[in-house]
Ligand binder design. Structure first.
Ligand SMILES: [Zn+2]
Length: 468
């Protein structure tokens, strides 16, 4: 597909623009250098490459004027921290990115080698070009241009670049707990994904949390003959189906007592943001081969998908499932059930409420066991948050249209971690749309988004300086 920008980005008014133009070639060279390091965090044979990428970042940060640059040990791949504190009375922004990348394979589906980046059709092609090295370079370039022209920054910035994001950030929370001063501030900017599509800017303001359980029910020691025993004892498969069916009412609302107690309801502004999304329901259905939407009544499809909690069976089994017929009453039946959650639902609490509801719905004679298989917190930055507004203004000034506000059904665990751990507003200011193939072959970064991204970061920092 040829590169077809839908929006052009707008240069800065100040001397930073000339600086950025003059350093464009050098910037692309540095970007390529960074991408050439195969810092695949998940593969042990790339541990030295991960460290090399961290060291490369540290050298770069020092070169462009960051202070207190440190490659900090975590027990796994190191975290690179740096800062530029210009005036303690100004806001301090914590900028997060990750220097580790996904593996390059399957190599045969790449048009080029994943770790030999090239520019083609207005895009930088290579593993990490979008996720997330390109976005780190955006921040470094903004810092370099500001320090290179003004000799200072409009606000204080702390940089935190981790090397294990693609491996579930396993050491990040413990590192943050041990190094609170290196990640304290007034707001967090996470630049890791972001645009809606193509060159249309977006801010992700909500991500759903999750709780996941498995329920196992049993009524007898062995499968029973359905002729001899049918009608006389509990059938675990019948019972489990009825228990699950009881978890929703006819309007698609979840009936688990207390389930909605902590839900932060959608505001009129939230609903307007959902309505503004260019969502084509017919296309959406055609894309997945489905014929109708479904869910909680009173909400649009995009609202139900991004802004409302859900309860879904992920798998259900029990009894005889082979070819032909076998007449039994199964001894046991099982289901895996997950709930997508919204702010401020507590996954652990929901898990307990769900277990209680299942137990309450179980008939006498049925033994019920419930195990929790995992929890994740939801994330929400309220519309109107001053840091979000600053980022939105910067995107609009740069890309010519206001950003769309997106609530994703999935999750970025670090966003919830930062919000919970640091208690700070989190702005997901990213510059890569879904078609950048992050995690897939032929990952690329639209260089219009890349260059525009640098201008947007500078504008955002200038706007944040005016937050009282
Ligand atoms: Zn990423």
């Amino acid at each position: 597909m040829p590169y077809a920008p839908t929006l052009a980005w707008k240069g800065l008014e100040g001397p930073e623009e000339a600086h950025l133009v003059a350093t464009a070639t050098q910037r692309m060279a540095k970007y390529s250098e960074f991408l050439r390091i195969p810092s695949v965090s998940a593969l042990p044979e790339h541990a030295a490459d991960c460290r090399a990428a961290a060291e490369w970042l540290a050298v770069e940060l020092r070169r462009i004027g960051a202070e207190r640059v440190e490659v900090s040990e975590t027990g796994g791949h190191p975290i690179v921290v740096a800062e530029k504190i210009v005036d303690p009375s100004l806001p301090t922004v914590v900028v997060y990115g990750h220097y580790d990348v996904q593996p390059g394979d399957p190599l045969d589906l790449w048009k080029t080698s994943p770790f030999e980046p090239i520019v083609r059709d207005g895009r930088m092609l290579g593993r990490g070009s979008a996720d997330d090295k390109g976005q780190i370079v955006i921040h470094l370039s903004a810092l370099e241009a500001l320090v290179g022209t003004r000799g200072t920054l409009p606000v204080n910035v702390k940089y935190l670049f981790e090397g294990e994001e693609e491996s579930s950030s396993i050491n990040l929370e413990a590192w943050m707990a041990a190094n609170p001063e290196r990640c304290s501030g007034d707001a967090v900017i996470i630049s890791d994904s972001g645009f809606f599509d193509g060159n249309r800017p977006a801010l992700t303001v909500g991500l759903r949390g999750i709780t996941y359980i498995q329920v196992d029910v049993r009524a007898s020691d062995v499968d029973l003959h359905s002729g001899s025993y049918g009608g006389s004892v509990v059938n675990p498969a019948n019972a489990l189906a009825a228990m699950i069916a009881s978890l929703h009412d006819a309007n698609g609302r979840i009936t688990v007592p207390g389930f909605y107690d902590d839900v932060v309801e959608l505001t009129p502004a939230d609903r307007a943001a959902f309505a503004a999304l260019p969502f084509d329901e017919a296309n959406y259905l055609a894309g997945i081969g489905a014929s109708a939407t479904a869910g909680e009544s009173g909400f649009s499809t995009v609202e139900r998908r991004g802004g409302r909690p859900t309860l879904d069976v992920n798998g259900i089994w029990g009894g005889f499932t082979g070819d032909g017929s076998k007449t039994i009453i199964p001894a046991h039946a099982h289901a895996k059930i997950s709930c997508r959650l919204v702010t401020a639902q507590d996954p652990e609490k929901i898990s307990r409420q769900l277990e209680a509801a299942l137990r309450a719905a179980a008939p006498a004679g049925l033994h019920v066991e419930v195990q929790n298989l995992g929890n994740g917190d939801a994330f929400l930055t309220p519309l109107g948050d001053p840091y979000l507004t600053a980022a939105a203004g910067a995107l609009e000034a740069t890309f010519g249209v206001p950003p769309l506000y997106i609530r994703e059904g999935g999750s970025i665990p670090i966003a919830a971690l930062f919000q919970k751990r640091l208690g700070l507003p989190v702005v997901l200011l990213g510059f890569t749309p879904p078609d950048d193939n992050a995690h897939a072959p032929n990952e690329s970064m639209d260089l219009g988004n890349f260059e525009g991204g640098i201008r947007a970061v500078i504008r955002a920092l200038d706007a944040i300086a005016t937050i009282g």
